[in-house]
Each structure stands twice: as structure tokens, then as C-alpha cells.
Design a protein around this ligand. Sequence first.
Ligand SMILES: [Zn+2]
Length: 564
Amino acid sequence: MKNIYLISLILLVFSLSCQEKEKADLVIHNGPIYSVDVNDAQVEAVAVKGGKIWKVGSFKEVIKFSGDETQWIDLKGKTMFPGFIEGHAHIMGIGANLMNLDLMGTTSYTEIANIVAAKANTLPEGDWIIGRGWHQDKWNNEAERSFKGFPSNDLLNDLVPNHPVYLTHASGHLGLANAKAMEILGVDGQTADPDGGEIFKGFDGQPTGIFNETAHTNARTRIPKPSAQWLETSLKQSIDHILANGITSFHEAGSGASWVELYHKLLRRDELKIRLYVMLSGDDEDLLSDYFAKGIFIDSLHRLTIRSVKLYADGALGSRGAWLLKAYSDAPGKFGHNVRDMEALNKLTLAATQAGFQVCTHAIGDRGNREVLDMYARAFEVYPEKRQDNSRYRIEHAQHINSQDLIRFKELGVIPAMQSIHMASDRPWAIDRLGQERIDEGAYVWQKLLEQGTPIVNGSDAPVEPINPLASFYAAISRMTLKGTPEGGYEPSQKMSRKQALKSYTLDAAYGAFEEDIKGSIEVGKLADFTILDQDIMSIEENEILKTQVAMTIVGGKVLFERK
Ligand SMILES: [Zn+2]
């Protein structure tokens, strides 16, 4: 009571003495506030004005700037951080997952087929059923992985004969189609494999329903497009889901023209809510030439930024599409492959660089990473002024790096955008693909990169993984699966410290988007984006982190999510 009296008195004194002065729109106080500034200071209170951080410091200092109109947020012991930045995910994929069948948690093929059959009962015959997120490694029944480790579509054909079905794998690199879908896509035993992909065929020469890599991308592009209204609804659902997970900024890893148009539409109506940093799809030539001609786009309120291009060099480790220098440990003679012609990527890199756009290239295997580093080094020969800080070329995933190439990230100023949650999910089987020696040398080697001064942009790659930043944070500092195994973590020397993990989700992620001057820490002048958690993840027991919940998400000083 004494405190309240004292505070009221101070408030009164200052409201009398500062009547003519400007007042804060919002003051937040009464809980640990991690600033992530150069001194890693904790502060007591933050005042917001005009959507930006106006004052930071002790409660006593900050309340001087409050007035009658000032809104107060009492943290009541909850913890506040700079707004979390998702450094690599797919916003429309998240939306589609919310609208379509989410198969992420499924543990058997039978379960999946039953889910699809139940959906079919709600839709007219002939309507497409689209799903995503299944993974055969989560199935206990060996018989369900009937062909080359993957299912055949027999069960789906029996249960769902009259609706075309296409179910994308959790990796996003392959899909399972039923017979009806293959009939519509015009695929049969005579259909040849496309370059860089495979339509699995059984011993009878007939397709089993599995479409790998480019065969999968081809199939996807031929599935009828959802309506504009459907896309808009799914984007809005995605945005709300992102906010509910404490994310204030989002690096969108590859958008085509129709999606970019939709982002602009929501921006015009002030419905974008989060801050979107868009990588233009390297496959959309018209979109690229349009943007390369008109230049980068940044709106005055920093809601939508388009200054980056997404390219793909190789595939994924799970489907053995990641491009390796030496053969897969569990598939002799197989090296994975590039998914695009490297010369074409080279040309795109030069064109993007000339137009002032950042290049972000997907590379997972050590060969894929080396090829991309070589490509970036060549671009610097053409544009020497773009070296280091000016280009901020990124490698998306950078999961497996040859030890000789590690230092090149530093030398070339290339930013690895690595999703620590991928280590938690994939490390248990990645050892089969790579063997212990290669794992030790360069797989998910966060600490080797950080120690040489290379910042890491973290993220989730949602919808490949759930977007929850706390799961990625936990994986970063524990190097365990989300089930808490193995004790002590995989390759524990590569764990991030909590400070490093927090930075990879805030200030370093901002750096990966040229935004470290406006985001990523709680400092005067920066955007008032905050993530409030119900527990202090910087100090609680490791196993408490996954139980932590987002209490509030604030973007530009406005509360856009609050857990009731
Ligand atoms: Zn991705």
C-alpha cells in the first residue's frame, strides 16, 4: 500500500510539473524486460509513443512521461522480450495447413487414410482434398512403408475413390497422390520421370502414388488453384496464428506474384498486422523482372518489405535430395542433387544483386552449401562493392557444411538462416544419412559459426515444423528432441547459450533483413514490437521452456494477441 501511495504521489507531482510536455501512449513495467542491447541490459520499464520505443529505463524515469491518456501494461512478473522474428517460414503454407488437412501429428498411414476419408464425406465428389505434414518415420507399422520406405496409395484408393487426394510430405519435397488424382494429372505407368525428380513405380510398372522432388513440384502446380477468397482467408488465419505464437516479424521464404499482390492488398487495408519480410520466388520470372525494374519496396510503417529473392540449390536430407560431396552413408553411390541448374541460379544472383536485392538460397548438403558459397563469391567478383555488409547473402538451412567452408561464411559475410528445431526433429535419423564423422564436422554446427563471428538467423520453417519459437529456442540451447532425448543433447559443444538463442530470434534475425537499426532490441527509436511470455525463459529450468506460453504479442505499440 505504501508503494502505491508513493507512486501516486510521484505521478501527481510529475503530472503537475510536466503538463505541457508530451506523454507516452503506452507504458509497460513490472516484470523482467530483456533489452538485447549491446550491454544485454535488463530494464524496468518501457514507454511507447507513435508506435516506437520512446523511453527505456528505470520505472522512476519512465513514469515521468506518462499522462492521463497513457495506457499501462502491468507485466505482473511476466517477461518481455524484443518482438520475436521468425527468420524463415512460409506464411501461405501455414495458412493452407490451417485450412487443409494438417497431418503433422499423425502416427500411421491408416490414421491418415481415415482422416482423408472423413474429410471426403464432407465434400462433393470430385473436390480436391489437400493435406500436408505426414512423415513415414513416425509410423510404427513397418508394413505401411511398403515400397522404397514409403507407402503406396492402395489404401487411399480403397477408402477415397471419388475425390482426388494429394498429401504433401512434412519435408515439402514429395507427395502422395491417390488414383483419382493421378487420373486427373494424367500420370500412369507410361509417364516418364522429370529431370531432378521421380514418380515411384512398383514392380508392376504402375505408379505407387509417390511423387519426389521435381515430380512433386510439377504435380503441385497442376492441382487446380484455390480461389482468391480462399487464399485471403487462409492468409488472415496464418497471421493470427503467427501472432498467437509471439511472432511480430516474419521472413517469408518464397512468394509468387499472386501472394505478393495479396500482401499489398492487406497492407492497403491495414490488415497485415505483423511485419512481413518477403523473399520473392526465384521461379517467378515475371515477378522478378517486374521488381528488379522498380526496385525494392519498403512501406513507411515497415509492415511490408520486399528486397529479397529466394532460390533453391538442392533438396532435403530426409528424401536424400540434399546435395553431398561424398555419398550418403545409407545409400552408397547416391549424392543427392541440385534442383536447379547452377548457371541459371548464378544469372539470377547477378540480376538480383545488380537490382539491389538480397539473395537467399536454400542449401542443405555440404555440396549444395559449397556451390552456393562459390556462386556468391563469383558475384562479388562482378560487384566487389557488394562484399560483406552490402549484400547480406543468405544460405537458408545451411544444415551440413564441410569444415573447409565454415570460414567462408565469415569471409564472404554470408548469413546462415538455420532452424534449430530441424536439428531436434531430424538429428535422430540424420546420422543414418551422414554418419557420425560428417555430423561432428559440420551438421547443425551453430557454435562453430557463432564463435567465428557469423550471426545465425533462427526460425522454424513452418509449416515444415510448428512455428512455436519456444520449441526452436529449447532445441537451440538443449540440442535435444522435444521429447528431451538424449540426455545432455546431441553434439553438446554446438549448443547455443540462451543469450545467443534469444539473439538468433531477435537482433541477429533483424540483421539478416537489414533491419538491426529498427528492430531486434528494446532501444529508444526502434519499433515498439514486443513478445511477452508467462515465464522467464532466460532463467527457468530447461524442461520448463516447452511449457512456457505466449501471454501477449505487441506490434507497433498495439496489443494484437493476448492469451485469455
Ligand atoms: Zn523453407
